[in-house]
Design a protein around this ligand. Structure first.
Ligand code: NI
Length: 138
């Protein structure tokens, strides 16, 4: 086992309270182990995906459309990668928040890249890429 490193994470108090409740329900006794498992899960998923593999999937985004220029930024990104995006569904969740679900298709590395760009856009509250296969090989 390699040497332990300690990191500091700035996190909204309400979000942290929700995280603590979530991990308590899953049986974790401390945050560190829960964070480690989340990181491992991401690493396993990365190994599982061959970068050149053809994949289909969905990108789910939740954001506040009042954040300045956010809607334009997300739309510009989607137009820049229109060949990877088959369809987009937009739902107005409430007065402030929007849900977008994009159906994506392409090489795993390209799909991951556009998903990361969308999810990491400042103002996006939550985002998730779910990759699956076309079904032909399943
Ligand atoms: Ni909306």
């Amino acid at each position: 086992m390699s040497e332990l490193s300690r990191i500091g994470v700035a996190i909204d108090s309400d979000l942290l309270a929700k995280f603590d409740e979530l991990i308590a329900n899953r049986g974790y006794t401390n945050r560190s182990e829960a964070f480690r498992d989340l990181i491992r899960d991401e690493l396993v998923e990365k190994v599982w995906e061959g970068p050149e593999s053809p994949v289909v999937g969905t990108v789910t985004l939740v954001y506040n459309h009042h954040v300045r220029l956010l809607g334009d930024k997300l739309t510009d990104l989607q137009h820049d990668h229109y060949h990877l995006i088959l369809s987009t569904m937009h739902v107005h969740l409430d007065h402030d928040n929007c849900l977008e679900v994009l159906v994506v298709k392409g090489r795993a590395k390209d799909v991951k890249k556009i998903a990361d760009a969308l999810i990491s856009t400042k103002g996006v509250k939550h985002g998730r890429l779910t990759i699956t296969a076309s079904g032909a090989e399943l």
